[in-house]
Design a protein around this ligand. Structure first.
Ligand SMILES: Cc1ncc(COP(=O)(O)O)c(C=O)c1O
Length: 381
């Protein structure tokens, strides 16, 4: 059996989610904008999914706009909120759907982008945030948890600082949702991005959650769906799946966290026994499912291939960056040496992993370290 340890890239669709979705592909295929019974059924399903997604993060359902995923929600947040602004600040470790959007925006005319550095632990500190705010950005975007390291930012503190300077605050919570508790209302953020396929829902659906006092310019115009913030016939089955996945994530959060924490601790204990293994960002608060590690001397890509041969799925960084070769930008931003960053491998545990999966992974790491040591000895002989 394959050991799937790449849940930050994507998760399998939960069987209970699929069961909710299927009727909306087969029997209830109406367009939610249609007024007859089939349409009304679809509309009701979309609205109850909106409620389920809102409940996951303690938001109001009227604050949820469905999109085609996290990428679109991040694009909508940045491009939609920057109208009239001249300065924007984003952390240097953002997902490309934030970072590249912001860079593109700043490449035009009299606009300024401040890229906020992180410290050696991968955190945006109060000091760097205060410095960034001196440039008077109209919008600040800092992710809640990093997809590679799993490091969790102190969003409430940073958002309060932004608010005091009159800046809007957006947080990409794609990796955090379903893994840690999130309270949109208490966090003092105005915009938040979510994605279904990171929490056992289908791919191709996500949401931008935002306070309606934010003036947001739609990026897709047409039929006026989603209160005109996102035109296009709703992907009803996917939205229903996202809603169910959000409900399950809320109800099972403690159980999932407990399971992941237990397996993560086991992995960390085992890795600590292997000579030379480096685990990044160990001193700060991380997602309960993520371990970003390296065996110095073994390229991440090489270790990943060995893992694949052994039936283990891990990644050497974020899946979205995997088509670009090169070391993790997040690690480089943390000041990690480039040669060590090239050896990074990310393990992201899910609710259905077992102790055997962890043991299997550790076995391959040990084999690779041993093989490297033997090769070194031969080279010296
Ligand atoms: C932090 C983060 N933001 C945004 C995204 C993009 O989400 P989606 O795949 O739904 O477009 C990802 C996906 O990996 C992510 O990890």
């Amino acid at each position: 059996m394959e050991a799937y340890l790449d849940h930050n890239a994507t998760t399998p669709v939960d069987g209970r989610v699929l069961d909710e979705m299927l009727p909306f592909l087969q029997q209830h295929y109406g367009n939610p904008s249609s007024v007859y019974r089939q349409g009304r059924l679809a509309r009701q399903a979309v609205e109850s999914a909106r409620e389920q997604v809102a409940q996951l993060i303690n938001a109001h359902s009227s604050q949820v706009v469905f999109t085609s995923g996290g990428t679109e929600a991040n694009n909508l947040a940045i491009k939609g909120a920057v109208a009239g602004l001249t300065c924007l600040a984003v952390s240097s470790i953002e997902h490309p759907s934030v970072l590249e959007t912001a860079r593109k925006w700043a490449a035009v005319g009299q606009r300024r982008l401040v890229e906020i550095a992180v410290d050696q632990h991968g955190l945006v500190t109060q000091e760097t945030m205060a410095n960034a705010l001196k440039a008077k950005p109209g919008l600040v975007s800092i992710m809640m948890a990093n997809n590679e390291t799993g490091v969790i930012q102190n969003i409430s503190q940073l958002a309060v600082m932004a608010k005091a300077e009159g800046a809007l605050f957006h947080t990409d919570a794609v990796q955090a949702a379903g893994k840690i508790e999130i309270d949109f209302t208490a966090l003092n953020v105005q915009l938040m991005t979510l994605s279904s396929h990171k929490l056992y829902g289908p791919k191709g659906v996500g949401a931008l959650v935002f306070n309606r006092h934010v003036e947001l310019a739609p990026q897709l115009v047409g039929g006026g769906q989603e209160d005109s913030y996102r035109s296009g016939t709703e992907n009803v089955a996917a939205i229903v799946g996202f809603g169910k996945a959000a409900e399950l994530a809320r109800l099972e959060l403690a159980e999932r966290q407990g399971k992941c924490k237990f397996l993560r601790q086991k992995l960390l204990r085992q890795l600590a026994k292997i000579e030379n293994v480096v685990v990044f960002a160990q001193e700060v608060r991380c997602l309960p499912n993520t371990v970003f590690m390296a065996v110095p001397g073994i390229e991440g890509e090489t270790l990943l291939m060995e893992m694949d041969r052994a039936g283990i799925a891990v990644s050497s960084g974020s899946a979205c960056d995997s088509h670009k070769s090169g070391p993790s930008q997040t690690l480089l931003s943390m000041g990690v040496d480039e040669s060590l960053a090239r050896c990074a491998v990310r393990v992201s545990i899910g609710k259905d992993n077992s102790e055997q999966d962890i043991e299997k992974f550790v076995r391959v790491v040990k084999q690779q370290v041993k093989a490297m040591q033997e090769n070194d000895m031969l080279a010296w002989a």
